[in-house]
Design a protein around this ligand. Structure first.
Ligand code: UDX
Length: 520
């Protein structure tokens, strides 16, 4: 890392940021922002109130900082100011309630937020373009706006997932837009937040990566995370509960800080997500091998995951990965490799296996039901994974669309994602049920497409009674095959032998007879 000498007239950040940093305030409407800062307080602007920006903003407020979350969508800002939580994310409503209007503010006035802040995190969307490259126009436009508002030394931090060299581009754009070079640095601080557990991922991170090319800049960003890295946050009595500490951990938790160059930090993010996607595609390919040779993927995963070099996590076979990150990041990483003159063919294979996994599941549905036209299916799960209402790149949505094309009718239930899914199927092509049992009532088969824990607690005998045919096709391996057999269900899962029950199928009108049968 390069150590740059302080420029004359620029205040150097110290461990305790001084109020002097906050000179140059412009007009502002919210009086609470005007209170003088104590020595330990830091002001942070987070631009973008999506999954990453909102979670980061709320968590920085939880760490004791004054945070201004900026979004140009005024309706969204107004809703956040009213206390509405726009996403389904554990602990986020609690944090918003705890800090809104106190340490956490929402605004559309980017320039004012920048002037009042020491650090500006850019957390706007970086959607994929048609060619797989990332659309960085939102990042560019925010960089232009920040440049115009800079008056004292600021650190601009890219938090959105971006390709390598974005940091250099942000700096260049800011200079072109008149930002004085001595008044800002640009750092990279990738997020590793999983939807559904983003708050605890932020507060109990495996690592915090700060990519900066000067120590001055790295120190300012590190200061924002200090309560996590020195462990003081975990000593508080009102702390958000974290994951259970591993037995091997000695002493209280302290987050691991990793300081790197900006380019390394940018690469760490893409490489991490590509590696995790590779693990999933690998296990899915092994699951297909298991089906072909008659082995059991659960036993195989237990065997390979016990090797501490491999680990058990992210070895769950299923219908393939989805979400707003893995598919997009993989394409973007591939584009970066291509632009650098490298052929990273492994990335293509990861995406191909993932696509194939959905098709394999559709073939399983056909195998279980023979013909699909006119079949009535009860679908459990629409979100791309459990714990979230996000359906972006959800394998479940893709599978439902394919089944509709085949002429099936679908009734679906998801504990969190139904409102978003309704927008995906506006013409009423999918019916939405009140609960899981409602979704499968009278269906020719039950399909499980998202790994919601609630589904694994469903009453199997009731499922059998409600289904027209006793068929469950489980894309997430939520059940033990022996239990399905005992419940009289035909059960198709991933990487395990099919369970074909010898019990007869049960139509709803036969329920009474079955009940007597079970009672006997
Ligand atoms: C991911 C990364 O984990 C996170 O670090 C990054 O910052 C953002 O992208 P997220 O997209 O929220 O987070 O979901 P994740 O929990 O990683 O799951 C991604 C997909 O993989 C889901 O569709 C999930 O169902 C699937 N998955 C995950 C599997 O199929 N098997 C597994 O073993 C794990």
């Amino acid at each position: 890392m390069q150590v740059s000498a302080p420029s004359p007239g620029i205040l150097l950040p110290s461990k305790n940021l001084q109020p002097t940093y906050l000179l140059g305030w412009g007009p502002w409407t919210e009086n609470s922002w005007r209170k003088p800062l104590g020595n330990d307080e830091m002001r942070i602007a987070v631009v973008g109130s999506g999954y990453v920006g909102l979670v980061a903003g709320a968590c920085f407020a939880e760490l004791g900082h004054n945070v201004f979350v900026v979004d140009n969508d005024q309706r969204k800002v107004a809703a956040l100011q009213r206390g509405e939580c726009p996403i389904h994310e554990k602990f986020l409503p609690e944090l918003l309630q705890r800090h809104r209007g106190n340490r956490l503010h929402f605004t559309s006035d980017l320039a004012a937020a920048v002037r009042r802040s020491r650090i500006i995190f850019i957390a706007v969307g970086t959607p994929p373009r048609e060619d797989g490259d990332v659309d960085l126009s939102y990042v560019e436009s925010v960089a232009e706006d920040i440049a115009g508002a800079i008056d004292t030394y600021k650190v601009v931090v890219e938090k959105s997932t971006v390709p390598v060299y974005t940091n250099a581009w942000v700096r260049r754009i800011m200079l072109l837009n008149g930002a004085p070079p001595e008044l800002f640095d640009v750092a990279s601080n990738p997020e590793f937040l999983r939807e559904g557990s983003a708050v605890t991922d932020f507060l109990y991170p495996d690592r915090i990566v700060i990519g900066a090319d000067t120590t001055r800049c790295a120190d300012v960003v590190a200061e924002a995370y200090r309560p996590l890295t020195d462990g003081s946050y975990y000593e508080r009595t009102d702390v958000i509960p974290g994951p259970v500490a591993p037995a091997s951990m000695d002493g209280p938790f302290k987050a691991h800080l990793l300081e790197t160059s900006t380019k390394s930090a940018e690469l760490i993010k893409h490489a991490s997500n590509a590696f995790l996607a590779m693990k999933i595609s690998f296990v899915n390919a092994v699951a297909s091998m298991c089906e072909a040779v008659g082995a059991d993927i659960e036993q195989v995963c237990e065997g390979i995951g016990s090797d501490s070099r491999i680990g058990r996590r992210f070895l769950r076979p299923g219908v393939g990965y989805g979400g707003s990150c893995f598919p997009k990041d993989l394409l973007a990483f591939r584009a970066v490799a291509r632009e650098s003159g490298l052929h990273f063919g492994l990335l293509d294979e990861i995406a191909r296996v993932n696509e194939e996994q959905r098709l394999r599941f559709l073939r399983k549905v056909k195998k279980a039901l023979w013909t699909l036209k006119g079949k009535k299916l009860g679908v459990l799960g629409l979100a791309f994974k459990n714990g979230t209402d996000d359906i972006r790149e959800s394998p479940a949505i893709a599978i439902v669309k394919s089944l509709l094309k085949e002429g099936c009718s679908v009734t679906a239930y998801d504990p969190a994602a139904m409102n978003r899914a309704r927008e995906e199927f506006p013409s009423g092509s999918v019916k939405f049920a009140a609960d899981a049992y409602d979704a499968i009532t009278g269906a020719d088969a039950c399909l499980i497409l998202t790994e919601w824990e609630d589904f694994s607690a469903l009453d199997l005998l009731r499922i059998r009674k409600l289904l027209r045919y006793p068929i469950v096709i489980d894309g997430r391996n939520l059940f033990k095959p022996a239990l399905m057999l005992a419940a009289g269900l035909n059960y198709y899962s991933v990487g395990r032998a099919d369970v074909l029950s010898s019990r007869p199928s049960v139509a709803p009108f036969q329920n009474q007879a079955i009940e007597q049968d079970e009672a006997a």
